[in-house]
Design a protein around this ligand. Structure first.
Ligand code: GRG
Length: 294
């Protein structure tokens, strides 16, 4: 089957799984459930749950146990976008082609929807651990998720990003931000897929390395799209980095050199993938991430 068709099949499959876990919109706090569901159902690429699933398949073991973690990770990713769009951060009105959560539901609900999604993700994981056949692996997956999402991971990267506003950054600091802000959740997707599928410690080290490289390449492509992308295709305004005076790979090296760097990183990641096993779809997915238009 053609890659695009396989990709669409997987997105449909993942959206079905996500919908099974969404809260029912009822009760006195109905509005928060509406804001949570609005945010999650806005139609992203579902990249992180997809990668988690494909890495589990790479180790020949994609089972029921992975599904709650796929959903939890997408909820954490969504919360980060909801909060990132708030006026105190990037102050964006549009995301994924629709009004951002705080624009649709008001500022307080934007904050609360993000908080609720983060907590809901952990509620799902805790329940998954209780009912798991392999509680140790499930608890380890939970630890990876929490650490990669928190102050040692994504939140840490976002912190340095916010503090760096208006300052010109060196490559080292920029890499710190990208490895935490962007790579951490992609790395979590891969490590959790591997842990739940029973990968050994050596394999886990390689999986983490692969995640790191994919994350960095993905973020560099994000920098490139902010300059040469089409805002209608991306679903949000372009040239925001320049407007916000942000240092990016493009501001440091220009578009062409940035493309070369992201391509080289992705080739290294694919080298690791090939060493670990066979998953042609995952390889195509990695390649598509540096060719993507949104
Ligand atoms: C607010 C704690 C906190 C963190 C925010 C995720 C993030 C950190 C900021 C969003 C802005 C940004 C450029 C993040 C880098 C990661 C990235 C490119 C996210 C977008 O991920 P996609 O493209 O989004 O997978 P979709 O919409 O497809 O799900």
């Amino acid at each position: 089957m053609e890659f695009k068709a396989e990709l669409n099949n997987r997105v449909d499959y993942i959206e079905k799984i996500i919908s099974e876990f969404l809260p029912i919109e009822e009760g006195k706090q109905k509005l928060i459930f509406e804001a949570m569901n609005y945010s999650v159902l806005a139609g992203g690429k579902r990249l992180r749950p997809m990668i988690m699933m494909e890495v589990a398949k790479l180790f020949n073991n994609f089972g029921q146990e992975v599904k709650p973690f796929m959903v939890a990770l997408e909820m954490i990713h969504t919360y980060s976008l909801v909060h990132d769009d708030l006026p105190e951060m990037d102050d964006d009105d549009y995301r994924r082609g629709r009004l951002t959560t705080h624009k649709k539901f008001g500022h307080a609900m934007g904050v609360l929807a993000g908080d609720a999604l983060l907590n809901y993700a952990y509620e799902i994981c805790a329940e998954a651990i209780i009912y798991s056949q392999d509680m140790h692996a499930a608890a380890r997956a939970f630890e990876i998720l929490a650490k990669r999402a928190g102050a040692y991971g994504m939140v840490g990267g976002q912190t340095v990003d916010v503090l760096s506003c208006d300052n010109e950054l060196d490559r080292d600091t920029l890499d710190f931000i990208y490895k935490k802000k962007t790579s951490a959740l992609l790395e979590a997707a891969m490590s959790i897929g591997a842990v739940l599928a029973g990968a050994n410690e050596e394999q886990l080290v390689l999986v983490e390395k692969m995640g790191n490289k994919v994350g960095l390449a993905f973020q560099i492509q994000d920098d490139i799209l902010d300059v040469i992308g089409n805002s209608e295709v991306i679903g949000k305004p372009v040239l925001s980095d320049e407007k916000n005076k942000k240092t990016t790979y493009v501001s440091l090296y220009g578009v062409e050199k940035s493309k070369e760097i992201s391509k080289a990183l992705m080739e290294e990641a694919i080298g690791i993938l090939d060493f670990l096993g066979e998953n042609e779809f995952l390889k195509q997915l990695f390649i598509s991430l540096i060719d993507r238009e949104k």
